[in-house]
Design a protein around this ligand. Structure first.
Ligand SMILES: [Zn+2]
Ligand SMILES: [Zn+2]
Length: 548
């Protein structure tokens, strides 16, 4: 295979960028960049030029010429392959984000310790970029938008990212086909934290729906009983067609996991004729199971009290939030007022601790000042209460970030891991258990550190963490940020059954962040969380009692 000039040029371009990212010889990197440019402009194919003449070409030095010959002879460039092998895949992906040059990527990787675009997006949300040279508020905003654009084109979405689009499309479809029904089913209806598509079950005919989307500029595809439409937002919408008299049962089935649907079909075939979903359950003789719980069939025989599962209105206050004292953007007073407006009874301010220097973590001096300020605000806004808290870094050995004397000045302490996230299960367990056993710890923050679609999180032994939290009276956080949702919903029922107390916390970095609580509730519902087992559903007095 002969190498084209443009593919050789691309390799030089990549080599030069990677050298900059790895902070290798800047002079050489520059010369490879100009070679890349020169190669691209050459009127003749390099493979047609005698080898000894390559070094004399305009813009191509001795070292570049050697590398061109290497590519022509072997088809590869060893120096480039070596650099690629030393670069995490997430960093290579980052090079595709508009507005991120090698210098910025180098800072992001080497100084911020971020290795994937999802982590980077999360860091933008925490305002972490602003603390580094070359990153202003505008850059941070542009980077966040470019990442969101890029991720949309990968076909993976957070639930929260598709919610308003799903609602909008539902309106568009129902207003255009008023005599038919299109019901959102599938993963969205089942409140899955991540989605690859939106699914509808509909009695609109396939022809009509196809024509409608094709005419409106959607990429449209038609299969047996299925229409797929993708608009410029790059969200794949899958429509499962059925007859009007099958709509109830088909949408019921499409709201179950495949295993659940299979078992149901075998056990309750007589429910096919039901007029609505309530009737499906009454014919079967069991109480209503909402779509979010139709994962494992065993839910039918479990003794979970479904009517007591948490709903958004059960949230009584905001636990875990950051103000402009650390990496948040609102003042504590602004956040408190917003809570009062929403009818919540309290606000737990938990700014970052001193080791989180990147987040402007609080020194002992500033803690004192913050506590005075909170005392003043509490006098002003009583009976509303602001709790003095801290999101205390769990240090590398599992110790907390302040002395016992300082820790005892907080109303409650949320202990979280933010540094050295790459660790073995053994190390993670040692750090977490040490922190859980610390008598000052009230809540274990985002237990695995995972970021959905972006970072796996460190490995933990969930059973042991749950047991340790129960034994030490530590509440397990369900971090409600739609990219975290950590503790994962699949562990919530187990934790609850064992006797753990959990807490749906928004980890808000501004007032708008309070709204994320809802995503925590949706995930908690999937986990069957009962409102009485959720700390942020405690009223003010109940919370005060719990803390004392
Ligand atoms: Zn945190
Ligand atoms: Zn936090």
């Amino acid at each position: 295979m002969t190498m084209t000039n443009s593919s050789i040029s691309d390799q030089f371009n990549l080599l030069s960028k990677l050298m900059d990212i790895h902070q290798e010889n800047a002079f050489k990197a520059k010369s490879y960049a100009s070679a890349s440019f020169a190669i691209d402009k050459l009127p003749v194919a390099l493979s047609d030029i005698p080898k000894e003449q390559i070094a004399g070409l305009k813009g191509i030095g001795e070292s570049s010429a050697k590398k061109i010959i290497e590519i022509l002879e072997t088809g590869k460039l060893a120096a480039l392959e070596e650099l690629i092998s030393k670069t995490p895949p997430g960093i290579l992906e980052m090079m595709q984000i508009k507005g991120l040059g090698p210098k910025k990527i180098s800072t992001i990787w080497k100084e911020m310790g971020i290795e994937s675009i999802g982590e980077l997006l999360y860091a933008c949300n925490e305002n972490r970029l602003l603390l580094y040279k070359g990153f202003g508020e505008k850059t941070q905003k542009n980077v966040a938008e470019a990442i969101e654009f890029f991720m949309r084109h990968q076909g993976h979405f957070l639930y929260a990212e598709l919610e308003s689009y799903a609602m909008k499309m539902e309106q568009v479809i129902t207003s255009h086909f008023p005599e038919s029904s299109a019901i959102i089913t599938g993963d969205f209806a089942r409140q899955m934290p991540t989605l690859e598509s939106l699914e509808w079950t509909t009695d609109i005919t396939q022809d009509k729906l196809f024509t409608f989307f094709a005419k409106n500029g959607f990429q449209t595809e038609s299969k047996e009983q299925i229409t797929i439409a993708t608009g410029e937002e790059q969200v794949r919408m899958i429509f499962k067609h059925c007859k009007s008299n099958e709509l109830t049962f088909q949408s019921f089935l499409n709201n179950c996991s495949p295993a659940f649907a299979d078992s149901w079909n075998k056990e309750y075939p007589q429910t096919r004729e039901a007029k609505d979903e309530n009737e499906i359950f009454s014919i079967a003789g069991i109480s209503n199971i909402p779509p979010y719980l139709r994962d494992e069939y065993s839910i039918i025989t479990s003794n979970l009290n479904i009517s007591d599962i948490i709903v958004p209105g059960d949230i009584k206050g905001i636990i875990h939030s950051h103000s402009d004292w650390s990496d948040g953007t609102n003042t504590i007073e602004e956040m408190a007022k917003a809570c009062i407006e929403k009818g919540w009874e309290y606000l737990v301010i938990s700014d970052h601790s001193k080791s989180a220097f990147y987040a402007n973590g609080l020194t002992e001096e500033r803690i004192k000042a913050q506590h005075q300020y909170i005392d003043d605000l509490n006098r002003k806004y009583a009976p509303f209460r602001i709790f003095k808290s801290i999101e205390c870094d769990i240090l590398n050995d599992g110790a907390l970030d302040y002395s016992d004397a300082v820790l005892s000045t907080f109303d409650l302490v949320i202990a979280s891991v933010h540094s050295n996230l790459k660790m073995s299960e053994e190390k993670a367990m040692q750090r977490l258990i040490t922190a859980i056993e610390n008598p000052h710890t009230t809540i274990l923050g985002h237990p695995t550190g995972r970021l959905l679609l972006s970072r796996k999180g460190y490995p933990i032994d969930h059973e042991k963490i749950i047991d340790a939290c129960i034994a030490n009276n530590v509440v397990i956080e369900i971090n409600a940020h739609p990219r975290r949702l950590d503790l994962d919903w699949t562990w919530i029922r187990r934790a609850q059954e064992k006797g753990a107390l959990l807490s749906i916390n928004p980890d808000a970095h501004n007032i708008e962040g309070f709204a994320d609580t809802r995503y925590g509730v949706l995930a908690a519902q999937k986990g069957g969380l009962l409102k009485e087992r959720n700390l942020s559903s405690f009223g003010l007095t109940a919370l005060e009692t719990h803390l004392s």
